[in-house]
Design a protein around this ligand. Structure first.
Ligand SMILES: [Zn+2]
Ligand SMILES: [Zn+2]
Length: 348
């Protein structure tokens, strides 16, 4: 229990922090040194060990999402150690957090707690949320201040680089899977960071994975097969048998009608991204027979706690490519061009 501010006496006496900052949409991130921030009431300061790069960061940098803050430090798949506690960091929501605790900080950075959505347990749809790396500074940095109630202890994870992609790619994948239902034969469209983690969960659950990639992306198809996929092919290929559900991680609207054609009667198509290019018109008959399309928005803390408990049991391992923090622009570019498998992770 902590009532006043606490600072780790073992921490290096750093008075400044560094961050890669988006000052202007569409421009490269810029290295900045700043005074070390003090956590406010209910907040913690975390010394960052790793931060994965998500496609949403690309949408933020490229200006495809509205309502963000500028300047902003992107990054919302943060793993680090608690270094300072603000006043009042205690209570039922923030057990297990102490100086030195390894924590994960996701996209959902804060919710209001009293809007109709929060009141119904749909905090992912909160009317007045804060998002890490979008409306509050995120993890492309050496340090970050976070709301303690939205930081998760990562006791079971000893490799911060491997854990970082779980904080969004893993969590959003998990929420998308819950929306997809209990079917046996699941299609994953776009086999990047999220899909390669979710495929491991699906195999652990004994379900079939069908991986759809960009035509000719033999690297992603090989990764899918290595992770136990039953089938891997191009996104415009029909699956060998109708799917029970399909989850779209690629931000490509053309995939929605393709996925609808691949699911059985009553099947579901779940769009996992925060942004997607326009969905082309399609004939009603491919939606008919009670097929469904739905999107997934953000995450709840419950999703996070569920997934972070399952991931070690399922032996989920992230494939990562690491970049020094200063090379965040190169990591974003490589993600945009699909130059690596799995997930990119920045290390300060
Ligand atoms: Zn709310
Ligand atoms: Zn993300």
């Amino acid at each position: 229990m902590t009532t006043g501010s606490q600072i780790d006496p073992r921490a290096a006496p750093a008075e400044t922090m560094a961050a890669m900052v988006l000052r202007q949409v569409g421009a490269p991130l810029v290295w900045e040194e700043r005074p070390l921030p003090r956590p406010g009431p209910g907040e913690i300061r975390v010394r960052i060990e790793a931060c994965a790069v998500c496609r949403t960061d690309l949408h933020v940098v490229d200006g495809e999402l509205r309502g963000g803050m500028l300047p902003i430090v992107p990054g919302h798949e943060i793993v680090g150690r608690v270094e300072a506690l603000g006043p009042g960091v205690s209570g039922p929501d923030v057990t297990d957090l102490d100086i030195g605790t390894r924590v994960g900080i996701p996209w959902l950075g804060h919710t209001c707690g009293h809007c109709p959505y929060c009141a119904e347990g749909h905090e992912n749809l909160c009317d007045a949320p804060q998002f890490t790396g979008f409306t509050r500074d995120g993890g492309f940095a050496t340090h970050v201040v976070a709301d303690a109630a939205y930081a998760f202890p990562l006791d079971g994870f000893d490799d911060p680089v491997a854990a970082a992609p779980l904080l969004c790619a893993g969590l959003i994948g998990w929420r998308a899977l819950k929306m997809a239902g209990d079917g046996q034969r699941i299609g994953l469209y776009g086999f990047g960071a999220a899909a390669h983690l979710l495929a491991q969960v699906l195999r652990w659950q004994g379900r079939e994975v069908h991986a759809f990639t960009r035509p000719g992306d033999s690297g992603a198809q090989a990764l899918a097969l290595r992770l136990g996929a039953t089938w891997a092919g191009a996104s415009d290929d029909p699956p060998p048998a109708p799917l029970d559900a399909a989850i779209l991680f690629a931000p490509v609207g053309e995939l929605v009608p393709l996925a609808l054609k691949s699911v059985r009667k009553g099947g579901r198509v779940v769009c996992g991204g925060i942004h997607m290019s326009d969905i082309p018109a399609f004939p009603y008959r491919i939606l008919w027979e009670e097929r469904q399309i739905r999107s997934v928005a953000n995450l709840t803390r419950r999703d996070a706690l569920e997934f972070l408990a399952i991931a070690p049991k399922a032996g989920v391992r992230a494939e990562t490519t690491t970049y020094p923090l200063r090379e965040a622009n190169a990591a974003l570019d490589d993600l945009r061009c699909g130059r690596f498998q799995g997930a990119a992770v920045l290390v300060p």
